[in-house]
Write a protein that binds this ligand. Structure first.
Ligand SMILES: Cc1cc2nc3c(=O)[nH]c(=O)nc-3n(C[C@H](O)[C@H](O)[C@H](O)COP(=O)(O)OP(=O)(O)OC[C@H]3O[C@@H](n4cnc5c(N)ncnc54)[C@H](O)[C@@H]3O)c2cc1C
Length: 338
């Protein structure tokens, strides 16, 4: 049976694919766990859309939690008004203390609208939330994260925060799943849908926003004369192309491809730096990259200090051999008997 509580639990509004959580939501669960411990409260994860329960049952969580599942055909494609209606309805019914959204397309769309609809305080670009002197306080990045401002929530809960999950720890799962799965069935009618998704077209990784890219191949001044190699490696890996400032100054790429202090801050799973020295202005933009592979002919290049994998040599020779290796292995995989 679902027990209704008065503004107690911390809710994570999950980004997921058929019940499989996105990394951003996993980071939010970790944040919710930390907060719940300080606050002595419970955690709820809300999944809307098509949800494979078998997958949800595999989500490991080290604290007791409730998973609210709303699997309704009308929610299979994200539609702002429909999601807003459902979310506002259940927030009014279950009274969470705090709603955590990830800084994703859905979070950016839904959180401000929910805040306006329910008149609840929302902190965007939030880096950290803490309980302080009887207030729930949040640190927010301002001026492109050059400064941080501390804010407190006033008024009555619920409160909401859109967290910059690239700054959060990745959640380390416990083998024991203690989550209670609760299916909710809010009232929805086909007339609630205001837009219809006709097709979904995959974006070109070369041109997607670098701050959203999972894999980035970046080139610097050391590979300027052969920059097409950086683009070729990116194509083979399905990665996005980034660069340092000299590449922009020379007119090889447009400004939105620059990574660093005066460019984009990125948080890919894999960052391959080709012919990049590792100046502090550039490193400021890649501090959230999970794995950095650096290719540089100078063994003393500063980039090697932060690289997980170091390749010392001429990038003009190394990149083609990496591409050849990837292609050979792919061919072997394709020709292997099933
Ligand atoms: C206020 C300010 C803001 C700035 N903001 C940014 C920013 O946002 N982003 C940014 O990137 N820069 C920024 N810069 C510039 C920054 O300080 C560096 O000058 C720049 O990052 C250096 O780029 P690079 O690594 O491509 O070039 P370099 O520092 O010249 O390094 C080239 C590297 O390539 C290696 N190399 C040469 N040939 C080869 C080869 N054949 N194979 C392999 N390696 C080779 C060299 O050993 C060297 O390490 C800023 C500067 C200022 C003053």
């Amino acid at each position: 049976m679902v027990t209704k509580k008065k503004h107690t639990d911390i809710w994570v509004i999950a980004d997921h694919s058929n019940g499989e959580l996105e990394d951003t939501s996993i980071s939010l669960i970790a944040e919710a766990q930390r907060l719940a411990k300080d606050y002595h409260t419970g955690i709820c994860l809300l999944m809307m859309g098509k949800v494979d329960i078998a997958r949800v049952q595999q989500i490991d969580i080290s604290t007791e939690a409730k998973f609210y599942i709303i699997d309704n055909e009308l929610l299979y494609n994200y539609d702002t008004n429909t999601y807003l209606k459902v979310l506002a309805g259940i927030v009014n019914e279950y009274h969470p203390l705090l709603l955590l959204f990830a800084d994703t397309a859905m979070g950016r769309d839904l959180a401000p609208r929910l805040s306006a609809r329910l008149k609840i305080g929302l902190v965007t670009n939030c880096k950290l939330i803490r309980y302080e002197r009887n207030y729930l306080a949040a640190s927010k990045g301002v001026y492109d994260d050059q400064l941080y401002s501390d804010v407190v929530y006033l008024g009555q809960p619920p409160y909401a925060a859109m967290l910059d999950s690239s700054e959060l720890d990745t959640y380390l799962p416990n083998k024991q799943c203690k989550a209670e799965i609760v299916r909710l069935t809010p009232y929805l009618h086909p007339t609630d849908i205001m837009t219809n998704v006709l097709s979904i077209i995959k974006g070109n990784p070369r041109s997607i926003d670098l701050s959203q890219a999972q894999v980035i191949v970046a080139g610097g001044r050391g590979i300027l004369g052969s920059f097409e190699l950086v683009e070729e490696l990116a194509d083979v890996l399905g990665a996005s192309v980034g660069c340092t400032r000299p590449v922009i100054d020379e007119g090889f790429l447009s400004l939105e491809r620059q990574i660093g202090q005066t460019g984009k801050t990125v948080s890919p799973k894999l960052y391959i730096a080709c012919g990049i020295s590792g100046a502090t202005h550039h490193l400021a933009g890649i501090k959230n990259a999970k794995i950095v592979i650096a290719i540089n002919c100078d063994p003393k290049a500063p980039i090697f200090k932060i690289a997980n994998m170091k390749v010392v040599g001429d990038a003009r020779r190394i990149i083609p051999s990496i591409i050849a290796q990837i292609q050979t292995r792919r061919q072997l995989l394709c020709s292997a008997p099933l």
